[in-house]
Structure formats: structure tokens, C-alpha cells
Design a protein around this ligand. Sequence first.
Ligand code: SAM
Ligand code: DTB
Ligand code: SF4
Length: 323
Amino acid sequence: MPSTSTQTARPEAAGIQAAAELLAKPLLELVFEAATVHRQHHDPRRVQCSQLLSIKTGGCSEDCGYCSQSAHFDTGLEKEKLLEEKVVLEAARNAKAGGADRFCMGAAWREVREGKQFDSVLRMIGSVKELGLETCATLGMVDETQAQRLAEAGLDYYNHNLDTSRSHYDKVVTTRTYDDRLKTLNNVRSAGMSICCGGILGLGETEMGRAELLAELAAMDPQPESVPINRLVAIPGTPLEDEGQVDWADLVRVLAAARILMPKSMLRLSAGREQLSEEAQAMCFMAGANSIFVGEQLLTTPNPEPSGDAALLAKLGLAPLSD
Ligand code: SAM
Ligand code: DTB
Ligand code: SF4
């Protein structure tokens, strides 16, 4: 399909069908296939470790139905100002000391606006980079100029998730469109940054919806360098507070299919690890996950204890990239 854009190529029906067929395979056959692909493209004993920090929490004008930080829902979260640069730098230093190789700064913004706050974020990125960490930010929508400024400040990755399928999107978010998301991803790519883009399982989507999301991610050219697969952390007060937990086997299925469809991408077993057993996490790594969030906190919700993660990786014979 000819396209002038690197990011907005729509998945062909065949791509969706291929993803659906993978998801329908017997679980262990699928995991074996994914593990084989994983070994052709990655060192299966290495795990990339990112640490998150919410640099601007709460009060967001978007209505993402899963999010603790949307101003549309009463989740009990206190709205905070942008953190001071020295606080962010201290957190990045601690993340590095704890074994993270990438530091990801998240802001509850609908979009970036030029001004003092953005200038401050640009300085944060520069200082984190100087510590010798990879840098990542997730700040909502960005235009071409803003993406360029982020790249010039030293930003390696921009996280902007598609979250779910195009067909399910407006059941989850009404304040922006799927094409808005793709536009930002395009701007990020044009500025030469790497893309971190994935989704959330447990938003009331069907299995076909998961296939659509996977096909949408896999159709990006080039494919995202980093693909986070989040398991919904149900937040009281949000429209999705009563969604049942995604079964671990379905999470493994999606990770395995993602590994086969995006062989070179780093695949992150992302939010939702707190509620996953060690055995289930082991299966996720077997299926090709090779990246996690480390540290006690994600953005506004807890993550597994660092000591427990270190013990789990050691038990499985895995090592952080920074080792
Ligand atoms: N405001 C920016 C945006 O939406 O792009 C950046 C921050 S936002 C919190 C980053 C991503 O976190 C979302 O796209 C979503 O995939 C993920 N996320 C947010 N709340 C979540 C939850 N309760 N469970 C799982 N993932 C979640
Ligand atoms: C991503 O895919 N997951 C991260 C990161 N990108 C920014 C965020 C997870 C947030 C989980 C809910 C919370 O802690 O607020
Ligand atoms: Fe705002 Fe991002 Fe949360 Fe949506 S996911 S409400 S854009 S912080």
C-alpha cells in the first residue's frame, strides 16, 4: 500500500487476520514459536529496565476511561504541579543506582504547550541524559516543532500508546481520536526519535480487537522500537473500575503474538505486574517479553518491590541490561 507517511499506514485485513490466527493458536505452541523468534533477534537472557516518574500528576483534560489522572473522574488523586528539575534529577540518579537503564518522565497533559513548563522539561531531559541514562517522555500530543525540540534536548524515546483498536477507541476515550495519536507518532518519527507505543489489555475489548491493535502496531513502518503491553490497573472512580482482571494466559498470548509480529522490537511486560504471579511473569518472558518497568511506583500506582524483581530475574537466569 503506497503511503507518504511512515506511521499512518493502516493495517490490511490480512494483517488483522494473521494476528487473530496467532491469538487463536494453542497457548504452548504459540509460546514456543514466539520463543524461537525471540532467540533469533535478541539475547534471551537480557531484560531492558525502565523506571517511570510522574513529573506532572493529575488534572488532565482528557477522559481516558482507565486513567487515575483524568479530571473527568473522581479518583481521589491530588493534582500536583510540575516537579522541580532537581527533584527529577535526584529520582533519575536513584533509578540509575537501582539498575534502570532508561528513565521515563510522564506528564498528565493532553498536549504539550510551549512555555516555561516545556522549557523546564527540556532541561530535565538534557540532565537525565547526562547521567548516562536513556531518556523517554510521555507528555501527550506533540506537534512537529515540539518533537524536534525534544529530540534536540536529548530525548531518545517518546511514549505514546494506541491503547486499543481503532474500532474500540471511542468507547474508552472521547476527547481525542485514533488519528490524533497516529499524528503525534508521525511527528515523533519525523524528528528522528525512537517510538515506544503499545496498548492496554482489559478495556472491554474483544479478541478481534486485540488482533486489530497488534496489526495496527505491526503495520507501522518502521515498527515501534519499544512496545509496552499494559494489563489494566483498575482505578476506583474511573468508568473501567469494575473490569475483571485479564487472565494471565491471555496476556501471554498477546505478548507472544506481538513478539512474532514485531520480532525486533523490545517488548515490555508493562503495568499490571503487581497482580501477576512469578510463574505467570516467567511465561511472559518465555513468550518474548524482554523489558519491564522497575522501581516501587509506576506513575500513580504501585509496581513490584525492587528486591522481589531482582530475585525473580535471578531465579529465571535473566539479567538487567545495565549489569
Ligand atoms: N498523558 C499522556 C498520554 O496519555 O499519552 C502520558 C501519560 S499516560 C498515563 C501513559 C499511558 O499509561 C497511557 O497511554 C496508558 O497506556 C497507560 N495507562 C494509564 N493508566 C493506566 C492504567 N490504569 N492501567 C494500565 N495502563 C495505564
Ligand atoms: C506505558 O505503556 N505504561 C506506563 C508508561 N507507558 C507511561 C504507564 C502505566 C501507568 C499505570 C497506571 C498508573 O501508575 O497511573
Ligand atoms: Fe491524561 Fe494521559 Fe491519563 Fe489520558 S492517559 S487522562 S491523556 S494522563
